[in-house]
Write a protein that binds this ligand. Structure first.
Ligand SMILES: *[C@@H]1O[C@H](CO)[C@@H](O)[C@H](O)[C@H]1NC(C)=O
Ligand SMILES: *[C@@H]1O[C@H](CO)[C@@H](O)[C@H](O)[C@H]1NC(C)=O
Length: 582
């Protein structure tokens, strides 16, 4: 039976790709057909100077990254030519297993985290083995180790969660202070591609585009379109691109150049490769505001931020200079509040329009708090409503959008990560936590943004508003679907903390606006003294109580009703426009 060769299939794929690929005239790679084993020979060719400097001493003390030498990449496998692992070495060491990414949620085309939908996926890593007698491609059979392409494989937990990716992988890469000539490679599982945020957040740290591990291990495309010869009859024969008539010598086809490497053709083997895996306990010391400043200034330097267009209090607001770091379009006395409008099955603010209307009315009635004598509110969605996807242009538009506001209001979730792109020193984040999520299960959300922003010296001031009034919470669609049996039990993770997190909100406008006055009062630009004093006094965060009252307190209150009783704390009540009711 005749079968088309794999080589032919690959060749056809390359033909279709080659129309878009830039043509670079590269020297064909030297073929080394002398039959010598490369495993025990240090590489000696001239072009092998280290052209990407690496601080080896610093790396030695850094337990999250491991350096490997003389490594090839093929699909999801790394192949080592290091003599210490060679079978020819009588004192051979066992090839280590590369660390796994243990925890991640499937990135469904849905505006909801899939953990509550049993979206946790199996752990993954790259395979790691020594070079063998049966390497699948000429490039692997005759490896030429690139010294100028240094792949840094990044293997963070929760790779598809933007907040986690920023706080772990981006912050870690920032602190590593690598030479920008490294090639950053994100280890993605299950043949998944990159999300636009991956590339945008990593852009300051390499002059090359971020790639996936699949890109690194891609088979490559030959430089010239060669005559294809069918060799399907003989299974002993290699099913590869053949070059000329040579019977004994096997030419290594020169690949096309790739954007992620300075080499004249796609490299498959590397003198050095760094594999970095940050486990869930990994400590990243750097203040995230510093990392965020770097990310935003790279976008501005590349003039990537679009002119924003938002509707605050019914009027269009824009910023003609989003890429000018010195320019601040905000009126310093008009408090601008941007509220995330979420779609999808969970954590929506069901009466967002009522809140916007109340805000406008409050402004008319003379809103005044701290240095502000007016308030205007706008709503924006950070992702595509149908798919939950955040495209590249949407991501950049989100960055520009949050920079028009003093205060960003979000229901706990990935949207809160956009607080990092706000103007530092004069902005605040209000994180809404649905019923029980800020109290009974409060240790969960309290772990993330509050300490991150505090460690960033409150460059963005964090406020939690914990909704504990059952009238202001509604079951999320997932929980509702479980109870009305429209969602199969087996497709869900039955966990009450997920149900609490995933509730919808229907906020009463009065206490919401009352809380925004509290935020405004602690938002003096460049001066966090009053803010810090409120934190010290345990009066920073808010609890919306049954009956519509608001009480200020610290994080970690387990039952706000009982706590108010016990502490005899002062409960404020408001009319619909946030004016105190006596
Ligand atoms: C069950 O709950 C879901 C989510 O709220 C809702 O969309 C659906 O209409 C409900 N189905 C029935 C039969 O009540
Ligand atoms: C908090 O405590 C009050 C008074 O003991 C109780 O009625 C209420 O159910 C508790 N709330 C929650 C959410 O557990």
């Amino acid at each position: 039976m005749r079968r088309p060769s794999l080589g032919l299939v690959a060749f056809l794929v390359c033909l279709s790709l080659s129309r878009h690929a830039p043509r670079v005239d590269a020297k064909p790679r030297k073929s080394s057909d002398d039959g010598k084993s490369h495993e025990d020979q240090p590489d000696e060719s001239k072009e092998q100077d280290e052209c990407v400097p690496l601080d080896l001493e610093a790396l030695e003390d850094y337990r999250y990254c491991q350096l490997y030498e003389r490594v090839c990449a093929h699909q999801d496998t790394l192949i080592t030519h290091d003599f210490r692992y060679s079978f020819a070495n009588p004192k051979r060491e066992m090839v280590p297993e590369l660390p796994y990414v243990d925890i991640w949620n499937f990135p469904a085309a849905l505006e909801a985290n899939t953990d509550a939908l049993r979206g946790r996926q199996p752990k993954y890593h790259l395979q790691f083995r020594t070079a063998s007698a049966h390497e699948p491609t000429p490039a692997l059979r005759h490896p030429s180790f690139s010294a100028c392409t240094l792949p840094v494989v990044l293997a963070p937990e929760f790779p598809f969660n933007m907040g986690e990716f920023f706080a772990r992988a981006v912050a870690a890469v920032h602190s590593l202070a690598l030479d920008p000539r490294v090639t950053l490679v994100l280890l993605t599982p299950q043949s998944l591609g990159l999300a636009p945020f991956h590339s945008l957040l990593m852009q300051p740290y390499s002059k090359y585009p971020l790639i996936t591990s699949a890109d690194l291990g891609a088979r490559g495309c030959p430089q010239e379109e060669r005559k294809q010869r069918r060799r399907a009859d003989n299974e002993e024969e290699d099913m590869d691109w053949e070059d000329g008539e040579s019977g004994d010598a096997e030419a290594v086809p020169a690949d096309r150049a790739v954007a992620w490497s300075p080499d004249a053709s796609q490299p498959h083997c590397f003198k050095r490769l760094l594999y970095c895996k940050w486990d869930i306990q990994a400590r990243v010391g750097i203040p995230l505001a510093e990392v965020a400043a770097r990310v935003v200034s790279a976008m501005q330097a590349a003039r990537q931020l679009p002119v924003p267009s938002l509707v605050y209090n019914g009027a269009e607001v824009t910023d003609p200079e989003p890429n000018d770091p010195q320019h601040d379009p905000r009126d310093p006395v008009q408090l601008r509040v941007l509220v995330e409008s979420r779609h999808g099955p969970v954590r929506n603010i069901k009466n967002l329009q009522d809140l916007l209307d109340a805000c406008k009315e409050a402004d008319k009635r003379g809103f005044s708090a701290g240095g502000f004598t007016g308030i205007s509110c706008a709503a924006t969605s950070f992702s595509d409503a149908a798919t939950g996807r955040v495209s590249r242009s949407r991501f950049l538009a989100n960055v520009a959008a949050v920079r028009t506001a003093h205060v960003l209001v979000v229901v706990h979730g990935a949207g809160a990560s956009n607080s990092w792109w706000m103007r530092q020193g004069s902005s605040a984040l209000v994180e809404l936590r649905p019923c029980l999520f800020g109290t009974k299960y409060g240790s969960w959300p309290d772990k993330y943004l509050p300490p991150q922003h505090q460690k960033s010296r409150d460059k963005i001031r964090f406020f939690a508003l914990n909704v504990e009034d059952p009238e202001q919470c509604e079951n999320g669609d997932i929980e509702a679907g479980l109870f009305n049996k429209s969602i199969a039990k087996g497709s869900l993770t039955w966990d009450h903390s997920y149900f609490a997190r995933d509730k919808h909100l229907r906020l009463k406008s009065g206490p919401f606006l009352g809380f925004l006055k509290h935020v405004a009062a602690l938002l003096a630009p460049g001066d966090t003294e009053a803010y810090s004093a409120a934190r010290e006094a345990d009066l920073l965060h808010g609890y919306l109580l049954p009956g519509g009252g608001l009480v200020l307190g610290q994080l970690g209150v387990k039952n706000a009703t009982e706590w108010v009783e016990k502490e005899a704390a002062e409960v404020s009540t408001y009319n619909d426009w946030g004016e105190p009711r006596y």
